[in-house]
Design a binder for this molecule. Structure first.
Ligand code: G1P
Length: 272
């Protein structure tokens, strides 16, 4: 049973400058709602009851968004617009926040969730990877964890030219969509070990924190989650679940435009 999730949202959003100088990329709108709301919803749909969001100092908008605005509720009531109140009501889940004081990397951000996760397995959801599926993309990872009791990473087949943007695994197929991962390379510049890339969803055992504590800076001079996971392949074990569903990467402008269009069409057809 996985009921805690960490959402790292502390990065500078370098790929999306200059707008991310003021607006966190997690607040980029999709169908009139911020990206991070889709991520929180995905976690809730998978049975997560406690969320830790890792922030940095220019990300206060995220905390404000998930807080109640009694002033706005009163204003809407006074104007006879009570029907809008459910749209601004925070989700029914416990959300805690912690700040990463320095941008030391994704691995370091996840390590900040050590005491939150305690001695239990937990999920990690990277907020720039979004799917517009009505079902939660976290559920198959949790089911795989329940079957095998080991770390599970979300994967997807990616075209070769794009592999340099992702963690890429060397893996053997175990069963249907489940792969046994032998090693992982973060953003390979050449010779990627396969075309299976990490898609920003993880279910991890607490042993990862012990590895993260001692890991040296890797690709880009940052503490990489991927390096810790690669080390765990030979000790704790590491499985991958290969998604067939479409993912959108909101850091890539073209993908962001596509997801906006898709969300708009879904709204139009009243599907979401
Ligand atoms: C991170 C991970 C990478 C993963 C990617 C998915 O990279 O380090 O392994 O494939 O997310 O979005 P980032 O996009 O934060 O540079």
């Amino acid at each position: 049973m996985i009921y805690r999730a960490i959402i790292p949202a502390a990065g500078y959003g370098i790929r999306n400058l200059p707008v991310t100088k003021s607006i966190p990329k997690e607040m980029f709108p999709i169908g009139g709602r911020p990206t991070i709301e889709y991520i929180v919803e995905e976690a809730i749909l998978a049975g997560i009851t406690e969320i830790l969001i890792i922030l940095s100092r220019n990300k206060n908008e995220i905390m404000n968004y998930f807080d109640r605005s009694i002033e706005l509720e009163c204003f809407l009531t006074a104007r006879g617009k009570e029907h809008l109140i459910p749209t601004i009501t925070p989700p029914k889940v416990s959300i805690q926040y912690t700040r990463q004081h320095e941008a030391l990397g994704l691995g370091h951000a996840v390590l900040m969730g050590k005491s939150f996760a305690g001695n239990e397995p937990f999920a990690v959801l990277l907020p720039d990877q979004v799917s517009l599926q009505r079902k939660s993309m976290l559920i198959p990872l949790i089911k795989t964890y329940d079957t095998y009791s080991t770390n599970v990473i979300g994967l997807q087949h990616v075209e070769p030219a794009l592999l340099k943007n992702y963690g890429v695994v060397a893996a053997q197929r175990l069963k249907n969509r489940v792969f046994d991962i032998e090693s992982i390379v973060e953003k390979p510049k050449k010779d990627p070990p396969s075309n299976l890339a990490i898609m920003g969803r993880y279910v991890l055992r607490p042993e990862v924190f012990e590895v993260l504590k001692d890991i040296a800076p890797g690709q880009g001079g940052e503490i990489q989650l991927t390096d810790a996971l690669s080390e765990l392949c030979s000790t704790s074990g590491m499985l991958g679940y290969a998604y067939k569903e479409r993912w959108y990467d909101t850091s890539i402008e073209q993908d962001y435009l596509k997801i906006q269009k898709q969300a708009y069409l879904m709204k139009l057809h009243n599907k979401h």
